[in-house]
Design a protein around this ligand. Structure first.
Ligand SMILES: C[C@H](O)[C@@H](O)[C@@H](O)[C@H](O)C(=O)O
Ligand SMILES: [Mg+2]
Length: 458
């Protein structure tokens, strides 16, 4: 039986944290032109002195809706025994995602699922801290049966079964120690998005490409999709700096129709992009399959996943040959449990996982998941990379360590999700000290002076 039985969850707090990234157009793309990187930040307090932190990422307005959804889910968590949750995590996960009334505002998609992710991520952080291990190590040290017991296989057992998942882990036991050692010493390969935000000037893009080349990056992602002439110019400029041996990826963030995506990408094919990311609407499985088929002869794959809303959608994309790169997101679907199920499906269907990161805390989280994938599931980094964006790391207690374009396996216990207390205070929206300053300077309208609803922290 699990040793932390008896550790009751006393309370759950959620805060609306926002960073003013739109001021410098960090994170901008063809669709999201003015994002303020934000998160609904959950803290789970137990009767002991260990706390769990979890978050889900948004880009500003609407973060208060996720905060409200976390509050609606919290009665299902508060008062529960943490050890019992971990003993039957799949059962608890199903309870949280299948509340007989709350599921109507999902099910398992959108705001309610983002809120689920924040809570579930906080519970995994708590579990890893109780075990005094970084999350990746907690996963790596679990017996295959225990790890798989955290996953709800309902709706995906036609793609992968529990027994198959256990067998996959068992087949990879050999060599685990060497792979673990490699992750600690060399780390997991990363690519950078930081040079290619759409709102950046050509001068900025050039300078950033040179900066990341000098740091050892060999793969660069740029935003496209607003204007073909600009895209041609930008891709040519980036290729000129990074050369043709390095990798270039392009990301359209859902702006095109299927046919338009194919035509636009034919124009960009001369720059030899490895993938086109989110060419069209994120739920359009068959549209992505059509694009994949059309672009295959050009050597361009389709990447998607950052807005793929649950494991069932991932299943369909994978089964339909609609994604050649699977971009799991640590908090778009229902936290670690559901993300693990996608890793198993991707492995079975032979599609490499290249996690979506950046935002607030996504790099911090996905490194754990991808390191687990390497050590326990696929044993390779071939054709796989973790996204790197240089945003908000300074606000985390245990931020990422990227060296020579590799994520070095984190050492501190937990899921690397805890924000520094002073950052959470300063950037809490709208009452944090930084926001007060920005309202006073007129940089943003003060929502408290407008006739709008703002969700206050408890
Ligand atoms: C609005 C965001 O910054 C997106 O542009 C970002 O997630 C992007 O799609 C990415 O792949 O990193
Ligand atoms: Mg993207």
């Amino acid at each position: 039986m699990y040793q932390d039985r008896g550790l009751k969850i006393r309370t759950l707090h959620v805060r609306d944290i926002r960073f003013p990234t739109s001021l410098e157009l960090h994170g901008s793309d063809a669709m999201h032109v003015d994002c303020d990187y934000s998160c609904a930040y959950v803290t789970v307090y137990t009767e002991g002195d260990v706390e769990g932190h979890g978050l889900t990422f948004t880009i500003g307005r609407g973060n208060e809706i996720v905060v409200a959804a976390v509050k609606s889910l919290s009665p299902l968590v508060v008062g529960q025994d943490a050890g019992q949750i971990f003993n039957d995590f799949a059962g608890f996960w199903r309870k949280l995602t299948n509340d007989s009334q709350l599921r109507w505002v999902g099910p398992e998609k959108g705001v309610i699922h983002l809120a689920t992710a924040a809570i579930i991520n906080a519970l995994w952080d708590l579990w890893a801290k109780l075990q005094q291990k970084p999350l990746w190590k907690l996963l790596v040290d679990m017996e295959p049966e225990q790890l798989v017991s955290t996953i709800d296989f309902r709706y995906i057992s036609d793609a992968v079964t529990k027994q198959e998942a256990i067998a996959m882990l068992k087949a990879m036991q050999e060599g685990k120690e060497e792979r673990e050692e490699r992750m600690i010493r060399i780390g997991y390969p990363a690519y950078t998005t930081q040079a290619g935000w759409l709102g950046y000037s050509n001068e900025q893009v050039k300078a950033l490409c040179s900066k990341y080349l000098a740091k050892g990056f060999t793969a660069f992602k740029v935003k496209v999709g607003q204007n073909l002439e600009d895209d041609l110019c930008r891709c040519a400029m980036v290729r000129e700096i990074i050369g043709w041996d390095n990798k270039l990826m392009v990301d359209a963030n859902q702006v095109w129709d299927t046919e338009q995506a194919i035509e636009w990408m034919k124009q960009l094919a001369e720059f030899k992009p490895l993938w086109i990311e989110e060419p069209t609407f994120p739920d359009d499985v068959l549209g992505h399959a059509t694009i994949s088929k059309a672009l295959k002869p050009l050597g361009i794959g389709v990447a998607t996943g950052e807005m793929c809303c649950n494991r069932v959608m991932f299943k369909q994309f994978l089964q339909a040959g609609a994604m050649q790169y699977c971009q799991i997101d640590s908090c778009r679907i229902g936290g670690v449990n559901e993300v693990l199920s996608v890793y198993f499906m991707a492995k079975k269907l032979g599609v490499p996982v290249c996690p979506h990161a950046g935002g607030v805390g996504l790099c911090e989280m996905v490194q754990h998941l991808q390191i687990f994938d390497y050590i326990c599931l696929t044993g390779t980094t071939e054709g796989r990379m973790i996204e790197f964006a240089d945003q908000q790391h300074e606000h985390f207690e245990n931020s990422i360590h990227v060296l020579h374009a590799h994520y070095i396996a984190p050492k501190m216990p937990g899921y690397s999700t805890a924000l520094k207390a002073e950052s959470a205070e300063a950037y809490e929206y709208p009452n944090g000290s930084k926001w007060e300053e920005m309202f006073a300077k007129g940089l943003f309208p003060d929502p408290r002076k407008q006739n709008v609803f703002v969700c206050q922290a408890n």
